[in-house]
Each structure stands twice: as C-alpha cells, then as structure tokens.
Design a protein around this ligand. Structure first.
Ligand SMILES: *[C@@H]1O[C@H](CO)[C@@H](O)[C@H](O)[C@H]1NC(C)=O
Length: 387
C-alpha cells in the first residue's frame, strides 16, 4: 500500500519519537535475595529477553482530546509504573538466577556479584534502556556502571529494535502492517463492504487521521488503551468501536508483525547470538552466563513464532514479560545440557510457563535444540536485506 505524504511525515515523526526519549529513571530501591544459597542449582546459563515496562503512548491523533496531555517523559517513555514493574521483575529473577552470579551467599547483606558474568544488550529506544536499568537495580544489589548496558545503535540493530537496521526489502510489514484486505481482518469486518467502509469513515472523521495502513489502527488502539489505563476518560465516539473492532484489529497487526519473514530472520540472529555465547560457556570460557536483552513486544512475539510456540502463551507479550532460555545440568543427558524455554507473562509472577519446545522431548538436549533450528538460521543480515 502506497504511503501518502501525510503518512510518510508521520512515520518520520514516529522514528524521531523512537530515537528521542525520556531521561533515565534513576530511583534506587532495596532488594532481597531470598533464594540465595538454598539448595544446589543445576543452572549453567540463562538468557532473558524482555519487553520494556508500562509506557506512555506512541502518538496523539489529530483530534485527540488529550493531544496536549503532559505525559511524563513525553511520548513512548517508560512510566513510573513501568520502572517499578522492572524493579520487581529484577528482584524475582534474582531469586531464580542468583546462583549464576553470586560467589558468596553467606551474608546476604554483603552479597558479592561478579559483574563480568552479566552481558546486557538494549534496544536504543530510551524506554528499553530505562527498563534494563530498573531491572538491574532489582536484580543485583551492588552498584554497577552504566557501561554495563550495551545499547545497540538503531542503524546497526539486527535483533532487538523493530524495525532496526534498515532492511527495505522486508521491513515494510512493520511500517504498514498487513494489507486491509488481509483475510484476518475479513473475519472481523470486510473493509470493502459498506459496513467496513462506514467504519473506516467513522474512524477517520473522529480521529482526523486517514487510515492509510493497518498500523494506524494499531497505534490508535494502543493510544486509547494507554489513556484508559491512565484513567483518562475516552471520547464517546470510541466506545462503539474500541472493544469490538480496534482491539481485534490490533491483534491482527501484531500477529502479522511477529510472524513475518522480517521477524523470522531477526529472531534467528538473536538466537544465534544467545547460542554462540552459551557455546562458549559450555566450552569452559569465562564468558558471561547471564544474558539480558531489553526489547519490545514484537521482538518477543517474533521469537515465539520462530520457536513455533505462540499458541502456548496468553497473547501479546505484556509489559515487562520475558522469554528466557535456560541451560541446565541434567544427569539424564550424556555429554550435554538441558535447554528449558520459560515464559514469564507478567512482571511479577514467580512461576513461569514452561514452554514445550517443538520436536524436542523434555529434557530437551541443547545440541538437539540447536540442530533443530540450524536450517532456519539466517546466514547474514545484509545478504537477506540486500535488494
Ligand atoms: C551479539 O550481538 C551483539 C550486538 O549485535 C554483538 O555485538 C555481539 O558480538 C554478538 N555476539 C555474538 C557472540 O554473536
């Protein structure tokens, strides 16, 4: 679908918004290490891919009654609530994973942490950097240098930001979403039918924004849902369309993003990044064995589709949810480790969903896991993206 001049301008505005962001949220909290030293852990390494916490809207639409609402930090910023979600998540994950970085559990108060064991990558979106900052404040008790966070510049980002490093050949699905005549929209309403046309006209009239692509519907739903969760009364016109149409439309757009070829090869690059480091840990190097990736809902959604496990999770990844790959010692497996894929659907749950890895019976041996995905690993971002 061709972009209008208006659309292009808005996309540029969007990218500017993505690149700019809130100042860092530096609040420090106290934390506890309830599990430290309790029993022997089988854990060898872990990677955690998480979504940023609660945020402010991406945009205001032209006729938005809250167009000038003073969102703290501006658009697309991690909110105070989001900062606390990540801090809580950090405390919870430290209880599960502290055996990996704590060399001394005798005195919880003087807990020693080997920062060399932790490798952190963040999408360049400021809310993701703020997210992992708050996570780390809950996860480790000691002071840590800001250089611990490796922010991947957007124009080099092959794994986390969506879209990231330019890939004109495949990234248009992210910018435009699926076409409005996609069969999944037709299950909700046919945009070619009189009712469908009426609905689009209704939305355009009330928002002042042309629906030039399905991403517009996604951002509209997103903005309304965030306003609602901030106790802002939604405009009367939205009542008739929000639940029955905008919410299911947003899900269609999200699934199209997450299941796209674009996300497929980026997920494969992320998986290889993780397994390369796991391989080094297994080979006995002193490489970090706690990998943190601070990213977006679509990054997690892409991985869930890549692994073929989307059906095992409760829908679009919530704020501060995380998808973790754990490497465990297991006496049942000769000369190899067990891989577990676990999903924390919320920031505060202690017991993750244990995901069944397709074609790998639990306990899933790490080598078999890698072997299964080997054929789908993309050799090189640039070669896939070159036109
Ligand atoms: C993982 O990805 C980061 C960011 O692109 C890169 O700097 C690093 O070299 C990669 N590591 C491995 C082992 O692939």
């Amino acid at each position: 679908m061709a972009l209008t001049k208006f659309a292009t301008r808005n996309l540029i505005l969007l990218s500017v918004l993505i690149l700019s962001g809130a100042g860092s949220i530096g609040a420090r909290f106290t934390s506890g290490y309830s599990q430290c030293g309790k029993g022997k852990s089988t854990l060898k390494a872990v990677s955690m891919l998480f979504r940023h916490g609660d945020r402010t809207p991406t945009l205001a639409y032209p006729l938005d009654p809250y167009r000038d609402y003073p969102w703290p930090g501006g658009f697309e910023a991690l909110s105070e609530k989001g900062a606390q979600q990540l801090h809580t998540s950090g405390i919870i994950k430290s209880a599960r994973y502290s055996s990996l970085f704590s060399t001394n559990c005798d005195l919880a108060a003087t807990h020693t942490v080997d920062l060399d064991k932790i490798l952190v990558f963040s999408s360049s979106a400021q809310r993701c950097v703020d997210t992992v900052t708050n996570f780390l404040n809950g996860f480790i008790k000691v002071e840590w240098p800001s250089s611990l966070i490796n922010v991947i510049p957007l124009d080099q980002d092959e794994m986390l930001a969506v879209p990231g490093k330019p890939c004109p050949k495949h990234e248009s699905i992210i910018r435009t979403g699926p076409s409005l005549d996609d069969p999944d929209f037709k299950k909700i309403i046919d945009f070619e039918s009189p009712e469908g046309k009426e609905l689009l006209a209704y939305l355009e009239k009330n928002t002042g924004m042309p629906v030039f692509s399905s991403t517009v519907l996604h951002y509209l739903e997103d903005t309304l849902s965030i306003q609602k969760s901030n106790n802002l009364e939604l405009p009367a016109w939205s009542e008739a369309v929000y639940e029955p149409y905008l919410k299911p439309f947003a899900l269609v757009v999200f699934k199209a993003w997450a299941s796209s070829y674009y996300m497929e090869f980026r997920s494969s690059i992320l998986l290889r990044n993780i397994t390369n480091i796991f391989d080094n840990v297994i080979a006995g190097s002193a490489d970090p064995n706690i990998l943190l990736y601070s990213a977006h809902d679509a990054t997690i959604g892409g991985m869930l589709y890549f692994f073929g496990v989307w059906d095992q999770v409760p829908g679009v990844p919530a704020y501060a949810s995380s998808l973790n790959l754990e490497l465990h010692e297991n006496a049942e497996i000769d000369d190899d480790y067990e891989v577990k894929l676990v999903y924390f659907p919320s920031y505060n749950g202690e017991n993750p969903i244990e995901i069944k890895i397709p074609n790998c019976q639990a306990p899933c041996p790490y080598k078999q896991f890698k072997w299964n995905f080997q054929p789908r690993l993309t050799p090189n971002y640039d070669s896939v993206c070159s036109t």
